[in-house]
Design a binder for this molecule. Structure first.
Ligand code: ATP
Ligand code: MG
Length: 226
């Protein structure tokens, strides 16, 4: 097995990254893995869960981190008007502050715009279903809105999640790429395995060197760090 490249050095002020996508796209689950892997590489991490906890079937990142040690602190949703400030305050030196978000609906609230104004990078999690190109367009529209006001706007990257049939994912990736969206090579594959993402909620994350998740965590880290 070839040795992985060394992890990138993050800027002194750290990096902030938001994970956005529709309900059930796997954002919170993916983040639990990423935090655990990044911590294992020695990258300081902090999570902010901007999703308000409710009677959710799946549980939030905050609930997951409260049930089990993910290796990094995860804070519950601050008031919307405090998100920017909190993301800056909590971002660790040469580390990453990740922001988990509530489901991206057609009629988004202010929280998503605020979250986007608070981060350097947006990772848009898209399940390969027919309407997802439209969702990418609406997220990009928000980023454009920020640019129009002269505010610093985050860089957008797309990650395909809950990928089952790769033909559907390949089709969506083709459309996204043709439309100019940068799509990560790594995909968060759907798996119902008992030790996999479908059952990870409330469980500790096992970090395995050389696994697909290791490669995913390294690719997302590279993108967030630049
Ligand atoms: N790769 C995967 N394979 C199989 N099941 C998954 C995968 N990722 C997440 N799940 C399951 O799918 C459900 C939704 O995942 P998750 O809560 O992470 O999505 P989310 O995008 O955070 O949703 P929400 O917007 O509602 O917060 C959960 O029950 C989770 O266990
Ligand atoms: Mg979630």
């Amino acid at each position: 097995m070839t040795k992985p490249r060394p992890v990138p050095v993050l800027p002194a002020q750290g990096r902030r990254a938001a994970f956005i996508g529709k309900g059930g796209a796997g954002k919170s689950t993916l983040l639990a893995y990423l935090i655990a892997y990044w911590k294992s590489y020695g990258v300081p991490c902090v999570g902010i869960d901007t999703d308000v906890p409710g009677e959710k079937e799946n549980g939030t990142l905050f609930a997951h981190a409260s049930a089990v040690d993910l290796g990094a602190p995860v804070y519950p949703a601050p008031a919307v008007h405090h998100i920017r400030q909190e993301a800056q305050r909590l971002c660790p030196e040469r580390g990453i502050c990740v922001l988990d978000t509530a489901a991206w609906e057609r009629k988004e609230g202010n929280a998503h715009l605020t979250v986007m104004s608070a981060v350097d990078k947006v990772i848009l999690c898209l399940q390969p279903t027919p309407n997802e190109l439209e969702r990418a367009t609406s997220v990009l529209g928000y980023i454009q809105q920020l640019k129009n006001t002269g505010a610093p706007a985050p860089e957008l990257h797309v990650m395909l999640t809950m990928v089952g049939r790769s033909v559907a994912a390949d089709q969506l990736e083709g459309k996204l790429t043709a439309a100019g969206y940068p799509v990560l090579r790594s995909r968060f594959k759907f798996s119902s395995a008992m030790t996999g993402p479908a059952h990870i909620f409330g469980q500790p994350v096992r970090v395995r060197a050389g696994s697909e998740m290791d490669k995913t965590a390294r690719e997302v880290l590279d993108v967030v760090a630049r």
